[in-house]
Design a protein around this ligand. Structure first.
Ligand code: MEV
Length: 424
């Protein structure tokens, strides 16, 4: 175990290493990897019509240095190569000091749709002149949040001039939700404020719901990789850097490519969002809406050449994640994931997540712009195919290797090899 890399260890050895390295109790680690995770009984309290639970592989990305802090990153994902790529790119980023990350205050936006107004301009002025009263009313709704330093921050009134039903008003309630994702806090506040908003505006409030375009809650990460660290195989560091920038330019210019490019970022982002029990649909919705905020869907990241010829990567996106509330504490694996990462706040969690997204993006661009992704991908894909063909655990690697060496990675071939071996 001593001289082995993390990925070379058995599952049990990895757990033993983590126990020693992090000081976390074996119970916590067992919860993290599902051995003592969510029970059907707890699941039954979380959603409706429960039959049981659904498992995903949980891997640990290595080498992450975020704002100078070492972080072991739990990633729940079914796709091969993602955890390996994140770990490897985090290693490259380390050569330039790791990831520098920052985040906005955890402010979420709640929306109210106000209809049936005789004059929307007059109603808008009325609401704007009652902002203080509205904020005061909102701040009394959640005393605990207030005690923690959160609460309403701003009221914004917007006119929607063109819609299928004609003009109407939208009121935005901006609230600092501290370490929660904030959907419940926001939706409760909106519902409570409804009578007051109707009285002030003279209109009828229809929808009251959080916006997933959380553009007041952005997180950003950057990394600077010296060219020497980028060289591999027949590629010089300069070549890799220039190819990554060329590949990024494609996503920057073309929405068809940007969708796939951003999907690669979300491979990393979602895996951590899921492992920590957060709402990945909310994060996905925010990411793609933000990618189109200029009016044209584009890349969430940016790759450029730095002053000293290094490769500079940046990623900025909404990150509505919590470290309290929702499933983050109820799901034992999510609670253990947060413990492993040792994040102290939702902001710190969001900063780690964008760093993983940036690493994942580099992994994809570097592979696509050099040797292509299939080579690395195939080895792992072959293991999945062998497993799907019913290969016993101790035969999966050998069957996968044979399929890769033959260049025939598909289920029929896996079944044939299995049969050949069984009849030997
Ligand atoms: C595959 O899951 C993700 C990639 O398609 C991302 C990309 O193309 O940048 C490899």
């Amino acid at each position: 175990m001593k001289n082995k890399k993390f990925y070379e260890l058995s599952v049990e050895e990895r757990l033993a290493w983590l126990e020693k390295e992090t000081g976390l109790a074996r119970e916590t680690l067992n919860a993290l990897c599902g051995q003592a995770g969510l029970t059907p009984e707890s699941a039954d309290h979380m959603i409706e019509n429960v039959l049981g639970t659904f498992a995903l592989p949980l891997g640990i990305a290595q080498n992450f240095l975020v704002n100078g802090r070492e972080v072991l990153v739990p990633m729940a994902i079914e796709e091969p190569s993602v955890v390996a790529a994140a770990s490897y790119m985090a290693k490259l980023a380390r050569a330039g000091g790791g990831f520098k990350a920052s985040s906005d205050a955890p402010e979420m936006i709640g929306q109210m749709q106000i209809l049936d107004l005789d004059d929307i301009s007059i109603a808008k002025i009325a609401l704007e002149s009652h902002k203080v009263e509205l904020i005061e009313a909102a701040s009394d709704i959640d005393p605990l949040l207030k005690k923690l330093g959160g609460g309403p921050r701003e009221i914004v009134v917007r006119e929607i001039q063109e819609s299928a039903i004609g003009p109407f008003l939208v009121l935005h309630l901006i609230m600092d939700v501290r370490d929660a994702m904030g959907a419940n806090t926001i939706n409760t506040a909106l519902e409570r404020l409804t009578p007051l908003v109707e009285r002030i505006s003279g209109g009828r409030v229809l929808l009251r719901i959080l916006s997933n375009l959380a553009d007041r809650r952005l997180a950003r990460a950057s990394c600077t990789i010296p060219v020497e660290a980028l060289a591999f195989g027949e590629y010089s560091g300069e070549e890799v850097r220039d190819r990554v920038i060329e590949a990024w330019s494609f996503a920057d210019a073309d929405p068809y490519r940007a969708a796939t490019h951003n999907k690669g970022i979300m491979n990393g982002v979602d895996a951590v969002v899921i492992a920590t029990g957060n709402d990945w649909r909310a994060v996905e919705a925010g990411a793609h809406a933000y990618a189109a905020h200029s009016g044209r869907y584009t890349s969430l990241s940016r790759w450029t050449k730095g002053k000293n010829g290094e490769l500079v990567g940046e990623l900025e996106m909404p990150m509505a994640v919590g470290t309290v509330g929702g499933a983050t504490r109820v799901h034992p694996s999510a609670a253990a994931a947060l413990q492993l990462m040792n994040v102290k706040s939702s902001r710190e969690l969001s900063e780690v997540i964008v760093s993983v997204g940036l690493a994942q993006n580099l992994g994809a661009l570097r592979a696509l712009a050099t040797e292509g992704i299939q080579r690395g991908h195939m080895a792992l894909h072959a293991r999945q195919v062998a497993t799907a063909a019913g290969a016993p655990t101790d035969m999966v690697s050998a069957i996968a290797e044979q399929m890769v060496s033959e260049g025939r990675v598909h289920i029929d071939r896996a079944l044939e090899i299995l049969n050949e071996w069984r009849t030997k």
